[in-house]
Design a protein around this ligand. Structure first.
Ligand code: FNR
Length: 200
């Protein structure tokens, strides 16, 4: 399988983020064909349409990072049953100015960890709605709702429970295969990037 560049978003700005810990584990367990680079969201201003006429360097850098990625992976907490504001703000930056949506046709994966039982399921449902609108294909199966157990996850990406490790490894294998499928489909498609519908 070819090597693919994966840009990943961590939806938490917290210093002790369990989702950042999860991201470290996922990178460690992913197939060697994936290369990871974080797309930072911390320093983005709050998006406004006023920026569209002259996108600031932070907004341009974000869009370039998304566009340089073969696939995108979101690893995020759930805040108040939805997408954390910092992550949604980054997605809004990437989706604009109108007609230049950087997420169009990018293969995406959504995963998240919470101490709670539903493991970010409601956030992921919101993300699916946003990414559908942005014309970003999503890995539908397996779904991954991680109930975070600090005994299981080491800060260095170590996963101390065999079944959790197996599941996360499988998730990343399926994600890698999905990225390849979408890229193949994009390459075989007859509608060019200039198609306005894909760049809403
Ligand atoms: C939370 N938390 C939370 N958890 C959850 O399962 N569903 C939720 O809707 C919320 N809502 C929520 C709102 C806000 C503002 C905070 C700060 C927290 C708890 C959350 O899962 C927990 O703090 C995680 O540790 C957050 O992930 P990171 O930042 O550690 O990656």
């Amino acid at each position: 399988m070819a090597t693919h560049k994966i840009g990943y978003f961590v939806g938490s700005l917290a210093s002790g983020s369990i989702n950042r810990t999860l991201s470290t584990a996922l990178i460690k367990l992913a197939p060697d064909t994936l290369e990871f680079a974080e797309i930072p969201i911390r320093d983005l201003p709050l998006y406004s349409q006023d920026y569209d006429a002259d996108y600031p360097p932070a907004g341009r850098a974000l869009k370039e990072a998304i566009e340089a990625s073969d696939g995108i992976l979101f690893i995020s907490p759930e805040y108040n049953r939805s997408i954390p504001g910092a992550l949604k703000n980054a997605i809004d930056w990437g989706s604009r100015p109108w007609g230049t949506n950087s997420f169009a046709r990018k293969p995406t994966g959504i995963i998240g960890a919470s101490p709670g039982n539903i493991g970010t399921a409601v956030m992921q449902s919101s993300m699916r709605s946003v990414l559908s609108f942005l014309d970003a294909p999503q890995l539908n199966s397996p779904e991954a709702y991680i109930k975070f157990d600090p005994q299981v996850f080491g800060n260095d990406g170590e996963v101390r429970d065999e079944s959790t490790e197996k599941f996360l490894r499988h998730y990343m294998e399926e994600y890698a295969a999905f990225v390849q499928r979408v890229l193949d489909a994009n390459a075989a498609g007859h509608i060019g990037d200039q198609d306005a519908g894909s760049r809403k």
